[in-house]
Ligand binder design. Structure first.
Ligand SMILES: [Zn+2]
Ligand SMILES: [Zn+2]
Length: 89
């Protein structure tokens, strides 16, 4: 016999009772579902680093501009540029 009304959470392994016997419920709670999604990287998209131009995976809800700490630091150090006035008056 397959117990339709109970299952084990795919995230924490905890046994839980399904609300709907035939509805595929894989997690005991919403937070477990969110954590699982984060771990498996389904919310990740490919982003291009604003500093080095390399592509990297980044969570679409927590977008980052740089692939690593190093690139972030580099972007903060700007080369000295003397602004020239165009035209002037
Ligand atoms: Zn769980
Ligand atoms: Zn980079």
């Amino acid at each position: 016999m397959v117990a339709l009304r109970s299952g084990n959470c795919e995230r924490c392994g905890k046994a839980f009772e399904k609300k709907w016997p035939y509805h595929p419920q894989r997690f005991c709670s919403g937070s477990c579902k969110t954590l699982h999604r984060r771990d498996t990287g389904v919310d990740d998209i490919e982003v291009r680093c604003a500093q080095c131009g390399e592509t990297f995976d980044c969570n679409r809800y927590r977008l980052k501009k740089f692939c690593c700490e190093e690139c972030y630091k580099r972007s903060r150090i700007r080369p000295r540029v003397t602004l020239r006035r165009i035209g002037g008056g």
